[in-house]
Design a protein. Structure first.
Lengths: 134, 396
């Protein structure tokens, strides 16, 4: 069956990030002057207001900062998944990102669980960065 | 040392419209009802109102909320102060604060602060108003949210709650104790939407929304409006209704920084806002008689209690009885009208409106006897913004 869940909608600024996902790379913005990784995208470092930055590949390692099980249906395409697991992952580089946890039984999920990124090619065009136990 | 503004200003009028599933009216209409009721409550005339501060709720984001044109709709022709304000759930506190400073310094005499919202439509679900699923999809990295299945404020707060619960060993039954406690107060609140008594069993049987939140962990969505009129203590003394004097005010806005350097969702701005307000009022946590806390979720109440120094981290639940449905159980004097969970969801005006009622001693069957210091909180974003008011029936 065709993938019918909401798909990413890159804009000009974030296209390289989504292209990176397609190549199975998790890219983060790195601002050298503050030695700071930032996510999600911003054109300015919130630490020192620098606008000088580059994309750097994350090692994709981190831990579960927090997690929930979604039972409420907001979009019909999620009907078969409910309840599904949503998580915030603390990347070792510093930023936290919202994501899904996969390949883990619910009873094993807890704050602090070490995880690593796994790339899910949901369509020919788009790939989502999800996380599984390290 | 308290601040010279302590007790120099007051809320002199309160207007609470019919609340909840009240259909057929827009946010302006509710705003009109609330100011009419507040002016009548204060014993003022329409033309006395010379300040207007407005805060739309979710309808402000849907394009149908109240804003500056409300002045024309209400025919307020004597305004010396006017603004549309937004720091989300902290706005109501902030409106009262700026109004108090303005009247104290003679910029205006009677400032009407209005929150109004009308997101509920006949036949539509409450969640639809706040879930955001019906809105145009986001672009850029924000588009990952629906792609991962993240929707609505329920999710953000459930994420914060989970981290808190795992850290301190707080259970769903504990959250249920907050929910059931507040419902007991709502039973005695004629303004409240949900007045059927609840048990812990009812709580556990209510459906999951975003685990760890059951339906009964989440606030209502309401149509309605609340207006408070702020004036000087001197003017307030001679008016029709008892004033709720403003002893302390404060704000604290930690924001939301998704980075390891900043703990998010498990701390609120109450720590900073509370410290400022306590200092202005010349009181401390040990002096607080009644709390009216922004309670978008049960978790928010526990977090807020601790951030105001009323319990140690992880120990707020100790203020609640094991079984609050037990008629013998002594309830904490927190959210004494049922709060947003059980009475009505008027963002930051829910706690302030009940705070004024308690400070006036007009709470009827739910009135708390000792009401000298009433602590009210406003909270917005996912614990990103915060406002504090300390009210009292006494000027000094």
């Amino acid at each position: 069956m065709a993938y019918d869940k909401p798909l990413p909608n890159p804009d000009e600024n974030t296209q390289p990030f989504f292209d990176g996902l397609k190549d199975h790379k998790l890219l983060l913005q790195y601002f050298p002057s503050a030695d700071h990784y930032q996510y999600p995208y911003s054109d300015r470092c919130y630490k020192d207001w620098s606008t000088d930055w580059e994309w750097r590949e994350s090692a994709g390692n981190g831990e579960v900062y927090t997690w929930v099980r979604m039972h409420q249906l907001y979009h019909p395409s999620w009907k078969a998944e409910i309840p599904y697991t949503l998580a915030v992952v603390q990347l070792d580089e510093g930023p936290r990102m919202q994501t899904n946890l996969v390949n883990v039984p619910v009873e094993d999920i807890h704050v602090g669980l070490r995880v690593k990124v796994v790339f899910e090619d949901v369509t020919d065009e788009y790939t989502l960065p999800k996380f599984e136990p390290a | 040392m308290s601040d010279p503004i302590r007790g120099q200003t007051a809320i002199c009028g309160l207007g609470i419209t019919e609340m909840g599933k009240v259909y057929g009216h827009d946010a302006s209409w509710f705003a009109g009802e609330s100011i009419r009721l507040a002016v009548e409550d204060a014993g003022l005339d329409k033309d006395d109102i010379d300040g207007l501060l407005v805060n739309p709720g979710i309808t402000g984001m849907m394009g149908t909320g109240i804003s500056i044109p409300l002045q024309g709709y209400l025919g307020l022709r004597n305004l010396r102060l006017l603004n549309h304000m937004n720091s989300f759930g902290a706005t109501a506190s902030a409106m009262v604060q700026y109004a108090a400073m303005a009247v104290h310094h003679g910029m205006a005499n009677y400032v009407a602060c209005i929150f109004s919202d009308a997101p509920l439509q006949q036949g539509g679900s409450a969640g639809a108003a706040y879930g955001g699923a019906g809105r145009r999809g986001p672009s850029g990295m924000a588009s990952l949210m629906p792609a991962f299945g993240f929707y609505g404020a329920n999710t953000s707060y459930a994420l914060a709650a989970r981290r808190y619960m795992e850290r301190y060993g707080i259970t769903n039954n504990d959250l249920g104790r907050v929910s059931v406690t507040q419902r007991r107060y709502a039973v005695d609140n004629p303004h409240a939407t949900m007045r059927q008594p609840l048990t812990l069993e009812d709580y556990h049987n209510s459906r999951w929304i975003v685990e760890p939140f059951h339906l009964l962990d989440c606030c209502l969505v309401s149509n309605g409006a609340v207006c408070t009129i702020v004036t000087t203590a001197e003017r307030a003394r001679d008016l029709k209704s008892s004033p709720a004097y403003l002893w302390g005010m404060g704000q604290g806005h930690p924001g939301n920084f998704p980075h390891a350097e900043v703990e998010v969702g498990t701390t609120s701005g109450a720590t900073i806002a509370g410290e400022t307000a306590y200092k202005m009022a010349g009181v401390g946590p040990e002096d607080v008689d009644i709390c009216e806390f922004y309670d978008c979720y049960t978790y928010t109440v526990l977090r807020t209690i601790e951030d105001y120094g009323l319990a140690k981290p992880g120990e707020a639940i100790g203020l609640y009885p094991e079984d609050p449905a037990d008629p013998e159980a002594e309830l904490p004097t927190i959210n004494t009208g049922g709060g947003q969970l059980s009475s009505y969801y008027m963002w930051g005006m829910t706690p302030i409106s009940e705070g004024v009622i308690q400070a006036r001693g007009s709470g009827g069957d739910r009135q708390i006897e000792k009401n000298d210091v009433v602590l009210c909180s406003g909270n917005g974003g996912t614990l990103d913004t915060h406002g504090t008011l300390i009210l009292s029936p006494n000027a000094n």
